[in-house]
Design a protein. Structure first.
Length: 548
């Protein structure tokens, strides 16, 4: 690793939220990584929850889980998918966590005699956390994304901490400000005023941005770049266009064309004579943009109105599609809209069914109807976490004849609790961070389909986020009738994977494979599921073939 002090890059946002700070951070990180540097990205979220684990997905989308069991913001998923390196608890910090540790220290007496205040105590705690990953000595660059928009009351302490970092680290620290240039249709021009105002707010807090990345729906001409440079005190080459992209995976290449990485290196006093090696990334883009086939896959869940709720699943399908030279179109189907009467129509032309993770009762019967249809019609099926649990319930009810089979999460009074709380979970009273979280090993059964899919592995590691489990009291009944436990926790014997004997592709996983799919390493379960979908003949196609 090159030897120079860790460089800190802070990415702030202006004008509106949702401009894609996570993607810009990940794209810059990708380019620096492609030049041979080691890079990590962290996100600081200004809300007061300790972590997003207790948040409804409608709030901020999916909760992403790391190997070490941290429940984090979905942007960490992008960081991992772009960089192909795992993140951890240290990569996501919230205001709640910052205050919790300051208050803990106060109660312990660490500040004895002092008034505990936002400055310096909260800002010191923020700065310590900005520096934690750098302290490992593993990174040349630590990119920190500050959630929210500059000017929000709740993000003020973070901006103040960035100001102090810039003062303390001088040339080893810079700020990239991501803003929006709105396009006015009536006059046909891009407007710079909101960006000027947002930079003014940053300046009021003492932070001079070094680079402006400007989201826009059309190219930004030299006049506008010059104007922004002049009003915002940045070099003209540091005004970077971030035009709307067809896919997020194109953004690193767009940033490379705009020389974002070069400007960053120059400002941080590093050589610019290396060239980013983006060969494999560009090959992936090539597969992505020229698919040979198209398949439609149904994603059954109860948060489908907000697609961010299933971000890692939809991204996994992009990776798996590209590696099969296919475009996977996701048909988002609300589980509350599915019944045994409607499902055949809803699944017309569908070549694969995924039943999504989730919590609580809403939409469960729809998920079960979807699974029954996929099982009986031999459509490739992947059940993830709650999706696997529903597959067990469906099999219990419709194959084993346990009419009221259920999970005790939905029906505590069921006489067939085929899914039940783990013993250790029965004592849990606090909701935050108490599920079975993070990476656990899973032994794969010799000769199973799933072992083939994992390229013959004997043991795998996958990430978890659940309280309930397959109830092993019923294992004998299920296996006899054809639903096999083909992946189990090596010590605890917990069932982690089930597959059906008489079905071309029917797999349920208690873990979340979607958290581990990256551009460089598409997840084998998704890759094989798409392959199975491409081979599947829909009932209409099967009839056509018979006629020929
Ligand atoms: N609600 C289920 C459980 O807690 C499944 C969780 C999930 O799908 N992530 O076990």
């Amino acid at each position: 690793m090159s030897s120079f002090p860790t460089k800190y890059i802070f990415v702030t946002g202006g004008v509106t939220s949702s401009l894609g700070k996570g993607i810009i951070s990940a794209s810059l990180a990708k380019l620096l990584q492609a030049r041979g540097y080691s890079v990590t990205i962290q996100k600081f979220d200004p809300y007061i929850n300790i972590d997003p684990g207790t948040l409804n997905p409608y709030e901020h989308g999916e909760c992403f889980v790391t190997d070490d069991g941290a429940e984090t913001d979905l942007d960490l998923g992008h960081y991992e998918r772009f960089l192909n390196i795992p993140t951890s608890q240290a990569n996501n910090v919230t205001t709640g966590r910052v205050y919790q540790s300051v208050i803990d220290k106060e109660r312990k007496g660490d500040y004895l005699g002092k008034t505990v205040q936002v400055i310096p105590h909260i800002t010191d705690e923020i700065k310590n956390r900005f520096r934690i990953l750098a302290k490992s000595g593993n990174y040349n660059f630590v990119i920190t994304e500050i959630g929210g928009t500059v000017g929000d009351i709740e993000s003020l302490p973070y901006i103040e901490a960035v100001r102090q970092m810039k003062w303390e680290h001088g040339k080893d620290c810079l700020n990239i400000h991501l803003t929006l240039l709105p396009y006015l249709h009536t006059t046909g021009e891009l407007k710079t005023k909101p960006t000027q105002h947002s930079v003014k707010s940053l300046l009021e807090y003492g932070v001079q941005p070094d680079i402006l990345v400007c989201r826009s729906i059309c190219p930004i001409d030299e006049d506008i770049r010059q104007k922004l440079a002049r009003f915002c005190n940045v070099a003209q080459e540091a005004v970077i266009e971030a035009i709307d992209a067809r896919t997020i995976y194109e953004v690193p290449v767009l940033m490379e064309n705009e020389k974002l990485d070069e400007v960053v290196l120059k400002k941080l006093g590093l050589p610019t004579d290396t060239i980013p090696d983006m060969k494999s990334w560009k090959e992936f883009l090539e597969h992505l943009s020229h698919p040979k086939n198209l398949i439609r896959v149904a994603l059954v869940g109860k948060y489908v109105e907000l697609k961010d709720s299933y971000k890692s699943i939809s991204e996994s399908f992009i990776h798996a599609g590209a590696s099969n030279d296919a475009k996977v179109e996701i048909e988002w189907i609300h589980s509350e809209d599915i019944t045994e009467e409607t499902v055949a129509k809803q699944f017309e032309g569908i070549r694969g069914v995924v039943v999504a993770p989730g919590f609580g009762k809403r939409g469960i019967e729809g998920k079960i109807a979807a699974i029954k249809y996929a099982r009986e019609n031999k459509i490739p099926f992947l059940g993830i976490c709650l999706g696997m649990q529903c597959a067990v319930i469906e099999f219990g009810r419709n194959v084993l004849g346990f009419k009221d089979a259920h999970s005790t999460e939905m029906n505590p009074a069921t006489s067939h609790a085929v899914i039940d709380l783990q013993e250790a979970q029965k004592k849990v009273t606090r909701m935050g961070g108490t599920m079975r979280l993070g990476s656990y090993p899973c032994s794969l059964k010799e000769g199973s389909k799933v072992q083939q899919i994992y390229h013959g592995a004997k043991e795998i590691n996958e990430r978890h986020r659940h309280r309930y489990e397959f109830n092993n009291e019923y294992l004998g009944d299920f296996e006899k009738a054809g639903m096999k436990a083909v992946g189990v926790h090596p010590e605890a014997g917990l069932v982690e994977i089930i597959e059906l004997k008489d079905h071309p592709w029917f797999i349920g996983v208690q873990f979340h494979p979607e958290y581990k799919s990256t551009v460089a390493n598409p997840h084998p379960l998704f890759v094989d599921f798409v392959k199975a979908g491409l081979q599947y003949k829909t009932p209409q196609e099967a009839v056509k073939k018979e006629k020929v």
